[in-house]
Design a protein around this ligand. Sequence first.
Ligand code: ZN
Length: 378
Amino acid sequence: MRSNDINNLVAMFKNFSEKEQSMLVDKIINMMGEIKKTKEDHSCSNIVKEYTFKSSRPDCPRCRAKSDMGYILKRGFDNGVQRYYCKNCGKYFVATTNTVFENTQKSPDTWKKFIHMTITGKSIRACVAECNICTQTAFAWRHKILNAFKVHQDTLLMNGKIEVDEMFFPVSFKGNHIKGSFAGRKRLPGMSNNLPRKSFRRGSDNKSNAHSDKACVFCMIKNGNELFYAEVPGVGFMKPDMLDATLAKHVNKDGSVVIADQYRITHKYLEENGYEHVILSGNTAENTRYHRPEIKGEYHLQHVNAMHRHIRAFMKPYCGVSTKYLPNYIALYTWLKNIAANKKKNKAVEMSIYRASTSDCYISRRSIEAMPAIPMCA
Ligand SMILES: [Zn+2]
């Protein structure tokens, strides 16, 4: 609209009676409200609202100040979406801040469909075709959602009878190359752009079978099937720092018995750190009640061994996930297993959308790309 047109409208407005003027102003205010409302309805803040804070206000995603304590005020709009102000930390935010839906322009329905397809094991290509988004977006969305599951897994704490054991996947450097060079190394000055290992030729003859070339997946199960945990703390056999990052963080020493195999380092770690534990021999006959009365047949590693089999079967349809993204897919596995363990399988989609709406899991596309080629324990 040109400024001339606006001037003409203002001139017309001045010619109206006072009553007509106030009627027109009311109409314009209503129209503005409608526009804002439709923008809000079409943004993902609507999902967050529906699944987390409903009719009230959200808690602060930065300092966690509670809205029901009166810390949160509604203050203006950000691109048509309600904006909030936290009196505790003095920061502004919108409903989607720090959730999976931060900085996203697509509709809530597209996201819901995408989350449903992700947890039912559909490929990225299938998601692209169904949700009408591009491959790069689908890839970033997939890892944003999986990251939300991983953040949740990092809060798990177990006690009771805990079976622990590790399994291995061959290291895959898929997805680390940019323009023919190995991107993971490219960013480090003075290092070559080559793969960190000799590239494999055709066939399996010169593929290494050493565990140092395999990504380690450390698994734990509480009381047979109550709570599942699996993480990729690094490559090769478990080392004390890898146990620090997994077992020590997620097992409550009080009231827990850790059941492990004879692997020397885990055994030593459990002993040194004062965990109550049972070490099972590789020879199952030795674990029976006759040979080791303290075990009485109630301790075994059958559940965790079954979990290894399930993880392998779960990963198969994804056709060789890069080691870089392996922890995310493993987190999807444990997320679904824990939902099934709580007998809430029919609510899996709802629970996953709720998880994505929780304001603790935002990850940018750049951070997804910059994830290390080999996951490292933190
Ligand atoms: Zn705050």
